[in-house]
Ligand binder design. Sequence first.
Ligand SMILES: Cc1cc2nc3c(=O)[nH]c(=O)nc-3n(C[C@H](O)[C@H](O)[C@H](O)COP(=O)(O)O)c2cc1C
Length: 200
Amino acid sequence: MNKQAITSSPINNLSAGRWSPRAFLDKPVEPEKLIGMFEAARWSPSGGNEQPWSFIVGVNRDETWQKIFKCLNEGNQEWNKHVPLLIIAVGNKISSWDGNISPVFQYDTGQAVAHMSLEAMNQGIYVHQMGGFSGDKACELFGIPDTHEPLTVISGGYIGEPDSLSEKLKQRELQPRSRKELSQFVFSGKFGESSPIINL
Ligand SMILES: Cc1cc2nc3c(=O)[nH]c(=O)nc-3n(C[C@H](O)[C@H](O)[C@H](O)COP(=O)(O)O)c2cc1C
């Protein structure tokens, strides 16, 4: 299924083609593609080059996959039963510069996931990020120290058929994608004032 973004100006195909499906094929992702996704995350920029991210990866219902699945909330478990990839993105809270909580560890980790998402698209793999999971359970099941924080779970694989979902989720899958207009978030002069560059 294709849910290409309708953009106000031409953009690259990976960004325009990316979206977050719930229907995935029960087909393993080739290890080299998975490594490519982590490699893209690896080369993401980060504050002070601290690279605060780490990833716990479960594949094809292996033991790690089962543990990550247990961390998902009920709503997310419903459509993740057959997904081949489940990954927890974990951020290191502590800055090695001064030992304090980094103000940007979440930003950096999210950005690494964004790079991973686009490389996934480049490999023909779709990912779907989720905040609906228990971080406490993830810490307990994987022994994540309190210097680190599980930030999202990411599911991924080859895109499947909306018919494989419940009626309610199928409707969501088929819904058109929507976004704010550029004028609502690109400002100049003063915060909240739409930038004139939008009307160029
Ligand atoms: C940090 C984050 C948390 C999200 N949490 C969930 C979630 O728990 N369950 C879910 O189905 N989708 C979740 N999503 C997916 C968003 O709903 C989705 O990205 C958004 O609606 C835009 O749709 P698109 O990615 O298809 O463009 C999350 C996305 C992000 C980035």
